[in-house]
Design a protein around this ligand. Structure first.
Ligand code: SAM
Length: 293
């Protein structure tokens, strides 16, 4: 498409499941490269700020990244009684690390991202998200999270799987062996939260993912959040724990007392986010546990 001055009207469009496409108008390409793992692009959009795409799939946009990153981090960190050690697998953009490091109890945070090109592109072009990667409390490892989980002997209170869709190097992050290894890394009250795709479009992925987690965790739940930049507008995280319940063990006063200023997450959202639509409860029946809302 061209405008009246014959300039190109550029759009990036993410296609999901080969049935739906979500497009964003682009002002400028800031970075484009091919790593051993994927195509990495950073573009400046007209309405969503700077955006990172891996293999043409939207990872983060400046406009709505706060929703994803606050929800992946604060729900488990405000459920765990005393989160000190946090492992993030994937998450090379730095947004999840940024939110984790806002918790004063956190003494050690480790990010294991497979693709150095993602880290460097985000540091160069999206510092509002990536600046946490420079924090002295953070250990950034360029490595395969699957291998790390299999070999690591350290214990973590919270493990966050901030991964892409289950394709390419992220595929084994949805497998039974990986979940078994992550459950072995968790301390007594440990919690794992994992990116669990679209409730509308990806119910089969969710069913396989939660049945792969089931043997290794005492409690398995799912929660949802709104997104502007992922297809379908509603996305989800899996919450698996060695004991803590995100409702019973949640104390809203801890959120108020923390002084952590958020733009999406609130104590009310913490609880309401676990209320699932009937069609989701039905498709995941027997695979996830009800929450005492
Ligand atoms: N919020 C995003 C989403 O759901 O679209 C995820 C963002 S984050 C950038 C995902 C990262 O996971 C990517 O940078 C990718 O390189 C990384 N990743 C994929 N497979 C991985 C693996 N096996 N080990 C570590 N990182 C991996």
């Amino acid at each position: 498409m061209t405008d009246k001055h014959n300039k190109l009207d550029l759009w990036v469009a993410e296609t999901h499941q080969d049935i739906v496409s979500l497009g964003f108008k682009v002002k400028e390409t800031l970075f484009s490269g091919t790593s051993p793992y994927q195509q990495v692009d950073v573009v400046k959009t007209s309405g969503h700020g700077v955006m990172l795409l891996n293999d043409g799939i939207v990872m983060v946009s400046e406009r709505d990244e706060f929703v994803y990153h606050e929800m992946i981090a604060h729900v488990p960190l405000f459920t765990h009684p005393n989160p000190k050690r946090v492992l993030i697998i994937g998450g090379g953009d730095g947004g999840t690390a940024r939110e984790v490091l806002r918790h004063p109890t956190v003494e050690r945070a480790v990010v294991v991202e497979i693709d150095e090109m993602v880290v460097n592109a985000c540091k160069a072009h999206i510092p509002s998200i990536a600046s946490a990667l420079e924090d002295s409390r953070l250990e950034l490892l360029i490595d395969d999270g699957v291998k790390y989980a299999a070999q690591c002997r350290d214990a973590f209170d919270v493990v966050l799987i901030d991964s892409t869709d289950p394709i390419g190097p992220a595929q084994p992050l949805f497998d039974k062996t990986f979940y078994k290894n992550v459950s072995g890394l968790l301390s007594e009250n440990g919690i794992m939260v994992s990116q669990s795709e679209s409730p509308f479009y990806d119910s089969q992925i969710q069913e396989s993912m939660f049945s792969n987690q089931r043997p290794f965790f005492e409690k398995i739940h799912m929660y949802t959040f709104s997104t502007l930049t992922y297809p379908g507008g509603l996305w989800s995280f899996g919450f698996a724990s060695r004991g803590p319940c995100p409702i019973r063990d949640f104390n809203p006063q801890r959120v108020e007392a923390s002084g952590i200023a958020t733009r999406y997450y609130t104590p009310e959202i913490h609880k309401a986010t676990f209320a699932l639509p009937a069609f989701v409860r039905q498709s995941l029946s027997g695979l996830i546990d009800p929450v005492p809302l």
